[in-house]
Ligand binder design. Structure first.
Ligand SMILES: [Zn+2]
Ligand SMILES: [Zn+2]
Length: 385
């Protein structure tokens, strides 16, 4: 069962869809025309049901054949607020300031390819639920769909998804159990001090000196509070204070991000962020305001589903299947699905290309039929007749 011949047959059609999505990018929760195009194609494929407006702009469709399990396949469909710098390709973005720089145009197309094939062949026993998700790029479209009742209305037993990976050899399918992408929490700390003339520091509560000490103290969360076998990134990325060289300002503002794979480590980092900030500020007589924003949870692949997906990948791409998928410190909102439903998230090699979120990035059309075959095979192998 290598790449499905039937899917290869309509590879050119898939390229057309992909180029259409690439040329007409829409960002988070604005994917109206993208959803419209998806619905138009799904209708042509004769899927069994189509529902729009899930999680604002998401689309859910089903293909049914018998009473077996219900397998969810998910693709994200949003673009990024980036101006494309590719000039060679005829499918370049027509929208200045918007671009499919993360390959979600390709992900959507691969799921549409699987949908066309599965609706046509129905060589499975059960239900395939196709999830076209909005707003993956920072706006938690997966959570929006779940909050909208996705899992109650479509009680899927397992879920699978994938992301292309630039500079991973073209067509490699890599999937491994455990934490694959990090959680990403964000924080802002306002140090409320007291300004004064810079020549009279004793009259001030200097938020800059306090902030400098605070940044140093926060480093000890990684170096002294965290088990060295665990992964934690704690970065203070901005430190803004003052406007004149002879004035101590009233306040300073710091902000940063926390990345981790293990929820307990994330909780520890958050607790210590508050502890250290409050106590350091107290030492200097300053008062902190801490704004903490929890981001995407870690993306953790389930054991048996990862093993299953790897076995399917082997059938599709042979030696190009890999049971090793390097964990990354980036984050992905597929994590919300994996917190509720067993499943796995795979990488598909995009071959030599610009990095994700780079204005020169483009999805590799050569991998469309591979990715589609993988998705279709996951459904067929799980729902054997
Ligand atoms: Zn992205
Ligand atoms: Zn992405």
């Amino acid at each position: 069962m290598p790449i499905k011949n039937r899917i290869s047959d309509f590879q050119d059609e898939m390229i057309e869809w992909r180029h259409h999505f690439h040329a007409n990018p829409e960002i988070a929760y604005k994917e109206k025309n993208t959803a419209k195009k998806i619905v138009e194609l799904l209708k042509k494929f004769n899927v069994d049901s189509i529902e729009t407006g899930f999680g604002k702009t998401g689309v859910v469709a089903t293909i049914k054949n018998g009473k077996g399990k219900n397998i969810g396949l998910r693709a994200d469909m949003d673009a990024l607020p980036i101006t494309e710098e590719n000039i060679h390709a005829k499918h370049c973005s027509k929208e200045k300031g918007k671009m499919h720089a993360c390959g979600h145009d390709g992900h959507t197309t691969m799921l549409l390819g699987a949908a066309k094939y599965l609706a046509e062949t129905k060589n499975f026993n059960g239900q395939v639920t196709l999830i076209f998700q909005p707003a993956e790029e920072g706006f938690a479209g997966a959570k929006a769909m779940i909050d909208d009742g996705l899992l109650e209305k479509y009680p899927i037993d397992e879920i699978y998804g994938m992301h292309n990976m630039p500079n991973l050899d073209e067509g490699i399918l890599a999937v491994e159990e455990g934490a694959r992408l990090a959680a990403a929490d964000n924080f802002e700390i306002i140090i409320n001090g007291k300004g004064s003339h810079a020549a009279m520091p004793a009259k001030s509560i200097d938020p800059i000196v306090c902030g400098a000490a605070l940044i140093q103290n926060l480093q000890s969360i990684v170096s002294r509070n965290t088990n060295p076998k665990e992964t934690l990134v704690f970065t203070v990325a901005t430190f803004n204070a003052g406007i004149a060289n002879n004035v101590i300002p009233d306040n300073a503002i710091l902000s940063g991000t926390i990345r981790y794979y293990n929820r307990d480590i994330g909780n520890l980092a958050k607790k210590q962020l508050f502890n250290i900030t409050e106590n350091t500020c107290k030492t200097f007589g300053a008062k902190p305001t801490i704004n903490f924003k929890a981001g995407y949870p870690p993306t953790v692949n389930h054991k048996t589903n990862s093993k299953f997906a790897y076995e399917v990948a082997k059938k599709v791409v042979g030696e190009k299947a890999s049971p090793h998928q390097s964990p990354m410190m980036g984050s992905e909102d597929f994590s919300y699905f994996l917190e509720k439903v067993p499943g796995a998230f795979a990488w598909i090699g995009n071959g030599a290309s610009a990095a994700l979120h780079n204005p020169k990035y483009d999805f590799n059309d050569n991998i469309l039929s591979i990715g589609s075959s993988f998705l279709a095979s996951l459904a067929e192998e799980k729902l054997i007749k």
